[in-house]
Ligand binder design. Structure first.
Ligand code: EPZ
Length: 467
């Protein structure tokens, strides 16, 4: 394995330390500044996490390139290390050696910090015939059940029991090999599609996944597995066919750009009325996002093969959005568009159909002067001329991005706490925004209690001539 920084299975408190620092820090944003230039997009979080789990399928070296620097990636590395995997990171490249998996039990204290750690169950069952993985549990946006993962593994011959919050799974029989099966997913779940696709790569026979998820990250995982010698057809459609093979081999694989990070930056351009370029991207991955930006009144043009340029319109007009499985509008962009529509003219209705509790950012945006009423899974937005900076608290990953976007556009200063959410899924967000002109700083240490000064600078500018 090449030189690099070994990632050891340190105690989880190391993650807790970073998380504690993020928890006690705030982002200070002085709004109203235009952005200009090009924002760099990192590798896709939702590819990196599942592909890292997929390295468990391979008894040889795997090299992953374009791996983003995220808290979630660090946590996934810890979980793999706890299973006996050797990892070394140098820059955005991760060298993974899963030759010797020393145990099949993912530790609760790590799993509880990273839902995506559940992705190890499929590869462990396929490689070892046994897996013990704590249930990931719910999170801020919903219950996040894993019944589709479990039922699919059972269809492939695994014996799966859930006791005391842990999933105990094993493959009966002498050869401990999963069997190919025809599986219909009640919902095109991204995670269930990925778990079952990975499990099927080493199964005996053919597996057909029907009503499968079509997200680009599913295709990325399939391409990674095929590069290791897996036989997979149909990824990106609603029917994926996997013919099991006896084993997989080394791979050197580069992860796709993060379409949600890219979409977040496109909205940053639109909400600050800035002309900026975002890249690298795969333009097709952002078709629904671009369509909605254009409907609102911005222009988005392709620059070269892999960059998008956003040019703000004279007026931004409200529009309705319904989140759907890919290729529909992505739920991971819903919070960011809520912020943009909050300062677009007229009324908009956002309907969140994927997760049951993903509108909590509305309350925090209302504290900044937005006019959003939440009724069930609908956010009814009445556009206001401007937002005003305020101390706000992030409730989940994409909500924190929405608050950053709102702060960039607001009049006055916004202080955002709850940064552990942001750091899970964005790679140096404030540095990237600062590089194109945003007035954004991370203040490490106790978040200042709102004081008269802070309140004074965060309300709308005085119009009575008094400073
Ligand atoms: C993945 O989550 C992403 N996470 C999410 O990104 C993304 O929002 C989601 O897909 C939808 O695109 C990763 O890839 C790590 P699902 P996942 O299974 O796989 C229900 C972000 O912000 N469901 O497609 O958990 C579930 O409750 C994160 O980057 C079941 O009922 O999403 C939800 O309502 C957030 N049973 C719906 O399906 C199951 O067994 C979609 O979930 C599985 C899911």
């Amino acid at each position: 394995m090449a030189e690099g920084t070994p990632i050891l299975h340190s105690n989880p408190s190391s993650n807790n330390h970073a998380s504690f620092e993020a928890d006690s820090s705030i982002l200070k944003i002085v709004g109203g500044h235009r952005l200009s230039g090009e924002v760099r997009v990192s590798g896709a979080k939702n590819s990196a996490l599942v592909i890292m789990a997929g390295t468990l399928l391979c008894p040889q070296d795997c090299r992953l390139r374009n791996v983003p620097s995220l808290m979630d990636v660090s946590r996934m590395s810890e979980i793999l290390a706890s299973l006996g995997v050797k990892l070394k990171r140098h820059g955005d490249t991760l060298e993974v050696d899963a030759r010797h998996i020393s145990q099949s039990k993912a530790p609760y204290e790590l799993v509880s910090q990273l839902r995506a750690s559940f992705f190890v169950i499929g590869p462990l069952l396929a490689r070892l015939g046994v897996a013990r993985v704590p249930l990931p549990g719910g999170c801020a946006i919903g219950a996040r059940p894993v019944d589709l993962h479990v039922r699919g593994l059972q269809a492939m011959g695994a014996d799966v029991q859930i006791e005391h919050g842990t999933v105990y799974a094993y493959v009966p029989g002498s050869n401990k090999r999963l069997k190919g099966a025809r599986i219909y997913l009640d919902y095109p779940s991204v995670g269930a599609t990925e778990t079952l696709m990975m499990a099927a790569t080493l199964a005996d026979g053919e597996t057909i996944l029907e009503n499968a998820a079509q997200e680009p990250e599913v295709i990325d995982l399939a391409n990674f597995c095929r590069a290791m010698g897996a036989r997979i057809r149909g990824a990106g459609t609603n029917t994926i066919i996997i013919s099991g093979v006896p084993s997989l081999h080394s791979v050197d694989y580069s992860i796709i750009p993060d379409r949600i990070e890219a979409g977040t930056f496109l909205v940053a351009g639109a909400i600050t009325r800035s002309d900026i370029t975002v890249g690298p991207v795969v333009p097709d991955h952002l078709a629904a996002v671009v369509a909605k930006l254009q409907a609102i009144g911005t222009t988005v043009v392709e620059e070269g093969l892999n960059r998008l340029r956003v040019v703000p319109g004279d007026r931004h007009i409200g529009t309705d959005i319904e989140t759907l499985p890919y290729p529909g509008f992505p739920t991971d962009m819903q919070a960011q568009f809520t912020a943009l529509l909050a300062v677009s003219e007229g009324d908009s209705i956002i309907t969140e159909t994927v997760f049951e509790n993903r509108l909590r950012h509305a309350a925090e945006l209302n504290r900044m002067g937005a006019d959003i009423r939440v009724k069930g899974n609908n956010a009814i937005i009445r556009g206001v001329p401007f937002l005003s900076g305020a101390p706000v608290n992030a409730t989940d990953l994409r909500a924190s991005a929405a608050l950053v976007l709102a702060g960039l556009a607001a009049q006055g200063t916004t202080l955002i706490s709850g940064l552990h959410h942001l750091d899970r899924g964005y790679d140096n967000l404030e540095a990237k925004l600062k590089a194109v002109g945003a007035k954004i700083d991370r203040i490490v240490g106790e978040a200042p209690a709102p004081s008269v000064d802070v309140v004074a600078t965060t309300t709308r500018p005085r119009t009575d001539g008094l400073s």
